[in-house]
Ligand binder design. Structure first.
Ligand code: ZN
Length: 222
């Protein structure tokens, strides 16, 4: 009994608060759910939302709101309190192409971002893209994601000679643009510009390989 009391005294509770966006929900038992929430201040957090399965206003992927996350220091999985403010996925519910892009955003965040590492710029970019999602804004968001993961694509000048014109290739190795002249001897090894979703896919594959995870299906079937 004494030992138990002692243990209770040294349990350290960590509490994190931030705005956040729900990126995945998995039912846990009949009443609860395990959520992943991409927060502005603390990055991706995992935790349990008690009563999520029986709540009157059920949590939904795409909702943003005020997040409080409590966890014991020795456990990754915390407990959430979530107060929804807005559902950013609503506009996509009636548009299958928007929905496909949104699902890809949620699954890439869940797959590629480490937990409890803050990406405030990417959070802002994610909220922005969900507000107006289409092929072009989605591609821009993937470039933001890749930059945050260490794959910054530099299209401003040729990595060989510095020229700013005639940039028609991208080096898969460096992620930098290459002009027509410099690229000519290696053209079969270089990606073609302009950047499109096939180009970013190559870099996403590389990021996923680095983490030993599969590219999410929602991205593969875009
Ligand atoms: Zn060049």
């Amino acid at each position: 009994m004494l030992a138990v009391n002692y243990l209770c005294c040294i349990i350290v509770i960590m509490k994190l608060e931030s705005d956040g966006l729900i990126v995945s929900i998995r039912p846990f038992g009949e009443r609860d759910a395990v959520l992943r929430i991409f927060t502005e201040m603390h990055g991706v957090l995992s935790g349990m939302l008690r009563g999520a399965g029986i709540a009157k206003t059920k949590p939904l992927v795409g909702q943003v709101g005020a997040v409080v996350w409590n966890a014991r220091l020795d456990s990754q999985l915390g407990v959430f309190h979530f107060e929804a403010q807005k559902n950013l996925a609503l506009s996509a519910m009636i548009d299958s192409s928007k929905l496909a892009f949104m699902n890809s955003v949620f699954s890439l965040i869940e797959t590629l971002l480490p937990e409890r590492e803050a990406y405030p710029d990417l959070y802002a970019s994610t909220v922005r893209v969900l507000g107006d999602i289409n092929h072009d804004t989605y591609l821009q968001w993937e470039l933001d994601l890749l930059r945050n993961l260490g794959y910054a694509l530099d299209l401003s000048k040729c990595s060989g000679c510095g020229a700013k014109d005639n940039l028609i290739y991208l080096s898969p190795r460096t992620g930098r643009a290459v002009c027509a002249d410099c690229g000519a001897p290696y053209m079969d090894k270089l990606f073609k510009l302009p950047i499109n979703l096939q180009t970013t896919m190559r870099f996403l594959e590389s990021a996923c390989r680095g983490l030993d995870v599969a590219v999410p299906n929602f991205r593969i079937f875009l």
